[in-house]
Design a protein around this ligand. Structure first.
Ligand SMILES: [Fe+2]
Ligand SMILES: [Fe+2]
Length: 188
């Protein structure tokens, strides 16, 4: 469904319910349907929060790789992916989506450069396969941006699902593999 249309549909539904409640209360507060609609209106923020939790990534302590600088960068990457999700959810327009997507790409590159530099500095033996995994991710984001330019609506949600899944899997899998080695080397 078109994003703008679905946001418009939700806003229209809330407006209809709100009008029904006002008319219901004005006619006399005894109608149970009016109170049912009041309960629905009150529950909207809770429903919204629950739905948002499913789409946004929340940092968990279990994601820590034990190195402060890396954890901070992973948190920032999560924030940037969440910002992209916000841009898509609230239909802020293609300009903002494109900017958010480019921010994800730029900061992913920054993070990979920092992480690889730190691993190299401490002589991490699995650096090359780790670098190759990073390179595949960069390529994926670049291809996604190219697809986005051609067909924004259909490519962005797939990209978001992939980015979220990839980041958490990479942190919990490939990144965590260096934790004990790097901590033993005194990295922070
Ligand atoms: Fe990594
Ligand atoms: Fe990382």
């Amino acid at each position: 469904m078109n994003k703008q249309f679905s946001m418009f549909g939700i806003a229209l539904l809330i407006l209809i319910v709100l009008t029904s409640v006002i008319l219901g209360l004005a006619a006399g507060p005894t109608n149970p349907l009016t109170w049912l609609l009041v309960a629905f209106l009150i529950s909207i923020p809770f429903i919204h929060k629950k739905m948002a939790k499913r789409t946004y990534i929340e940092w968990e302590d279990s994601y820590s790789v034990g190195l402060n600088s890396i954890d901070l960068q992973h948190k920032k990457l999560i924030n940037l992916i969440n910002q992209l999700q916000t841009a898509v959810d609230y239909s802020t327009g293609e300009e903002f989506e494109r900017e958010a997507l480019n921010d994800v790409l730029d900061y992913t590159k920054t993070h990979f450069t920092h992480e690889e530099g730190l691993l190299e500095q401490h002589g991490y033996p699995e650096l090359e396969p780790h670098k190759a995994e990073h390179l595949r991710m960069i390529k994926y984001i670049e291809v996604t941006i190219a697809k986005y330019e051609k067909d924004p609506d259909s490519s962005i949600n797939n990209a978001l699902d992939f980015l979220k899944q990839w980041l958490i899997n990479h942190i919990n899998g490939t990144d965590k593999q260096y934790s004990s080695f790097m901590l033993e080397k005194g990295a922070q």
